[in-house]
Design a protein around this ligand. Structure first.
Ligand code: F6R
Length: 248
């Protein structure tokens, strides 16, 4: 695991995008793993710029997203499908046939999760996976207590997560109760990981992730075990780290 601390959000976004672009230039048919949420938005914006201004070519890339709500159709403005198309895919030249986001409307969710795992393996495994981190140390929808060896599966959302999301829906009843998420084991199988975190709100989670013991109670700590994980954070997210990290 490599820790990289940059001044601010723009700097981590640009650095993250540089790593993704390097991967795509080296292997045009790369398998990329994407995340939703606010953390990767700047990185996506920079990839869009590189596509428009530098001709960064995504036409042969295959993508897999980390997670999706169960019960939301792809066109719902809170679905992760919609998020990815709005914030990245429609602005670059990905081939829609090569885009994978878990199907929240699948008739048989368990069978779909198995298919998703198999599909990742069949195309050769994820080369580079982008990750955010929750304030409680979650990665994807793997909340504290998730098995470190878990695979793609359906998870019940915690009451806290549902309440946090309630502002995006008309009322609490509309907030999804379940999500499909890649497991921690699935994420660890990716050949490279880039974890992004910015802002003071992530400082404790980052301290636990970098310095704490590896524990299912802080799922993100598992990145310590990954050979090619880059934890890319701004100074605010690194503000609680011990001094030796900040010097290094
Ligand atoms: C999203 C995901 C989540 C987020 C995390 C951080 O696909 O997997 O685990 O990465 O909740 O969210 P933000 O970036 O909004 O702080």
């Amino acid at each position: 695991m490599l820790l990289v601390i940059k001044k601010d959000y723009d700097a981590i976004s640009n650095e993250g995008a540089k790593l993704v672009a390097e991967q795509v230039r080296k292997k045009p048919d790369s398998i990329l793993g994407f995340a939703t949420g606010s953390s990767p938005l700047g990185l996506y914006k920079e990839l869009i710029r590189m596509h428009a201004e530098e001709g960064l070519d995504f036409s042969k890339v295959t993508t897999f997203n980390l997670d999706e709500y169960v019960g939301l159709p792809p066109g719902h403005d809170q679905s992760y499908h919609y998020f990815m198309w709005e914030n990245l895919f429609k602005h670059i030249n990905v081939d829609p046939r090569y885009v994978h986001v878990p199907q929240g409307m699948a008739d048989d969710v368990e069978a779909h999760c198995e298919w998703y795992e198999e599909r990742i393996v069949k195309v050769g495994g994820i080369d580079l996976q982008i990750l955010g981190i929750g304030g409680n140390g979650h990665i994807a929808f793997n909340e504290p207590g998730s098995s470190l060896g878990s695979r793609t599966r359906i998870k019940t959302l915690t009451e806290k997560t549902r309440q946090d999301n309630a502002r995006f829906f008309d009322n609490m009843d509309q907030v999804p109760k379940y999500a499909i998420t890649m497991g921690i084991g699935t994420i660890m199988d990716a050949r490279k990981l880039i974890m992004l975190a910015n802002g003071k709100g992530k400082a404790q989670a980052i301290k636990n992730t970098i310095e704490g013991p590896i524990s299912a109670m802080v799922p993100a700590t598992i990145v310590q075990m990954h050979q090619h994980a880059t934890v890319l954070i701004d100074e605010a997210a690194g503000s609680l780290l011990s001094e030796e990290w900040q010097m290094g």
